[in-house]
Design a protein around this ligand. Structure first.
Ligand code: SF4
Ligand code: SF4
Length: 224
């Protein structure tokens, strides 16, 4: 993905961010650092690195991508939802409490499908990280997995299309990167793979030309 500069292994984001911070600081550089980690990976191998980073005075933004499931390895439940792998109930251990227990003072939970709100929280976190009393800012970006919890994740399906206002600037392809958006070589234009599109409507917020719009015709048909 274009948004990610380094990938090593599950859980490495936090320790790498911590190392980057100290290396930049040693050289007198004020370089913004953003680490991302999945919710399951954070429970699995993120906490030790975060405690170490807090204890040693690192400063960066950590975004925990919380889809309420271990999607990558087979849809196992996470400790946050309080259901064990065999379906029985267990004690829920909320991410917010774990993060607070690691010594973090800045914790914000946000639905990343609201891109304006997400951007605002990132700016707020940046200010905190750079403030005299700042440290590590943790953002919990929570939205249910669209595969495991489709009805909850997309409670109001919004069919979308790309209009002729599209200038083929590639912003949505390079910077937003929804798997359903692609450049159709045969048509010579950016388009939407309707088989992959889950109709979440998030892309309506990202096109700078306003070329991604609701498909009113399909929306009406769906409403029948
Ligand atoms: S849909 Fe919008 S963002 Fe995507 S290529 Fe076209 S103009 Fe650019
Ligand atoms: S509606 Fe959602 S899934 Fe469909 S193209 Fe837009 S962002 Fe992707």
């Amino acid at each position: 993905m274009g948004a990610v500069d380094t990938v090593v292994d599950m859980g490495a984001a936090i320790t790498m961010a911590s190392g980057f911070y100290h290396a930049f600081e040693q050289d007198g550089l004020n370089q913004p650092i953003v680490a991302t980690i999945g919710d399951s990976t954070f429970y699995h191998s993120g906490t030790a690195g975060l405690i170490n980073a807090v204890y040693n005075g690192a400063r960066f933004i950590l975004v925990i991508l919380d889809n309420l499931i271990t999607a990558m390895t087979g849809m196992q439940p996470t400790p946050g939802i309080g259901i064990r792998a065999d379906g029985s109930r267990g004690k829920s251990i909320p991410l917010e409490r774990v993060v607070k227990g690691c010594g973090i003072d800045f914790i914000e939970t946000i639905d990343p499908y609201d891109t304006k709100a997400m951007t605002a929280v990132l700016k707020k976190a940046t200010k905190y990280v750079e403030s005299p009393d700042g440290g590590i800012a943790v953002i919990i970006a929570r939205h249910p997995c669209v595969i495991a919890y489709r009805g909850e994740a997309v409670s109001n399906p919004i069919p979308v299309i790309i209009t002729d206002d599209c200038t083929e600037c590639n912003f949505c392809l390079d910077r937003f990167e929804c798997p359903a958006l692609y450049h159709d070589e045969a048509l010579g234009r950016t388009t939407i793979n309707q088989a992959l599109c889950v109709q979440c409507g998030v892309c309506l917020q990202v096109c700078p030309k306003g070329a991604i719009v609701r498909n009113a015709e399909r929306g009406m048909r769906n409403a029948e």
